[in-house]
Design a protein. Structure first.
Length: 296
């Protein structure tokens, strides 16, 4: 089935949810005016991406803004995927909500949390596939893209992947030595992974990254790289710039054509392999600390 999709790359604020919801609403309205039937917004588009945003108060404050997106989807008869912090059974989760003309249809929880996220949030428990009027849509968030096992359940089973992200622009801060090489490799990965995932699952990928900053993280400011894209297993349909807000629009045939690559489609992690190993260890330590805090 052919459908017009939009990847809405916006500058997400870590200081004002009111600013974020206004940017989200403006982007969705513009996309619908241009014919979009499905709109994808970045990771944590409502709440922002910083340590200070990871608390129950922020999650509770986000609910009225999520309700506004739900109302907008109903008003405009559009399907919207948007990221925000969500509290479930007393636990925080990095969430991608799916808003439809009939209301909130479901949520996906990020499976592969970044180290600092593990201090405050819990990872998801697996894949989510929605049966939509356009076809079967699977979900993923940012760091999920680095791990093949996240996408194995989607392989040959979805007609589109909706992937939101807040991918950091590491090359702003790390230019030389091992960290500089890792930063440049990270920048390349964000351009390669959506295409590789499309080939691996056998379906189009709509990838939406946030752009800009600052986002305070442990004494330094993170900036997001942008570079959103809409891709099919055969190649790029729309490839975004890496600076500034922008909207990508494309008409896609939503169907699973079968996986293109039988081998591991992930590009070599190269210079970021040791960084990921350290980060994995930090994730475990952060998760342990979070677990201890939850008991007291």
């Amino acid at each position: 089935m052919k459908v017009t999709v939009a990847s809405c790359q916006i500058d997400v604020s870590s200081f004002s949810m009111e600013k974020n919801i206004a940017a989200c609403e403006e982007a969705v309205k513009e996309a619908v005016a241009k014919g979009a039937q499905i709109c994808l917004l970045p990771e944590l588009a409502l709440t922002g991406y910083t340590v200070a945003c990871y608390n129950r108060s922020q999650a509770q404050k986000a609910m009225p803004f999520a309700a506004r997106l739900e109302g907008l989807a109903q008003e405009l008869s559009v399907h919207v995927f948007a990221g925000y912090l969500h509290e479930e059974n007393g636990r925080l989760r990095n969430t991608q909500g799916y808003f439809t003309p009939n209301g909130l249809a479901g949520v996906y929880f990020k499976n592969e949390l970044v180290a600092h996220e593990n201090l405050f949030a819990v990872p998801g428990t697996g894949p989510v596939i929605y049966d939509t009027p356009f076809g079967r849509i699977g979900c993923a968030i940012c760091k999920d893209m680095l791990y093949k096992d996240v996408f194995e359940p989607y392989r040959g089973r979805v007609d589109m992947m909706a992937i939101s992200s807040a991918w950091p622009d590491l090359s702003r801060d790390y230019k030389w030595g091992p960290l500089g090489r890792a930063a440049r490799h990270s920048d390349r990965l964000i351009r390669e992974l959506p295409q590789r995932i499309a080939r691996y699952v056998g379906a189009p990928v709509v990838y939406c990254d946030s752009w800009g900053g600052p986002h305070p993280l442990f004494g330094s400011d993170a900036w997001m790289i942008g570079g959103s894209s809409i891709v099919t297993p055969e190649g790029f349909v729309e490839k975004g710039i890496t600076t500034g807000e922008q909207m990508l629009l494309a008409e896609l045939e939503l169907k699973n054509t079968g996986p293109v690559d039988d081998n591991d489609p992930w590009p070599s992690r190269g210079h970021i392999t040791p960084v990921l190993a350290v980060e994995r260890a930090l994730c475990k330590a952060a998760g342990f600390i979070r677990g201890v805090r939850e008991k007291f």
